[in-house]
Design a binder for this molecule. Sequence first.
Ligand SMILES: [Zn+2]
Length: 218
Amino acid sequence: MLPQYINIHTHHARPGDALEIQNVLSDFDKKIAVPCSVGLHPWYLDAATIETEMQHLKQASVDGNVYAIGECGLDKVTETDWALQVQAFREQVVIANELHKPLIIHCVRAYEEVLAMLKELQVAVPVIFHGFNKGLELAARITDLGYYLSFGQHLLKQESHAANTLRMMSSGQFFLETDSSETGIAAIYEKAAALRQIPLDTLILQLQKRFKAVFRYE
Ligand SMILES: [Zn+2]
């Protein structure tokens, strides 16, 4: 049975009763013992090591504890070489497709490029844009393509794009996360339920159902 809270993306292990997908972004050759996602983050790519890292990532990805590939994606603010980012993202989309595991996407000012690549690579697995903090129009474009959004700490800020988008979006294609923040997932759920104007219990059930479908969780 699934716990009440599902944290789709976190960088901190927190003791508690939530199902947390821990983000692993290096040392893929070490043992993987908890539910996690594995991905080469665009911030930390290194041309000298990428081939070995990708090989380790590929080997690690088959583990049953690996729920998703990512976070991976494109970032126009980071210093990392663009061509290297594109190469790393491309390879990880291919891995996700091969293993039928969802993708957790990191995207900063590169939505057009990411969407174009997903199309070009004929992504055939669920895609989740994590840490979403953009407007309703972009949100609708993404969910209309069948992809998902994941919202985190930005929801707690007054009048953030994230809060407004979650309040207004007609699609239910979203998840919740804590990412690198210290906030607990329960606080994010409470805020999300308030924004959606639904009881917390209803939101918990919706997200459990969605998680089971997207992650093929039994
Ligand atoms: Zn993250």
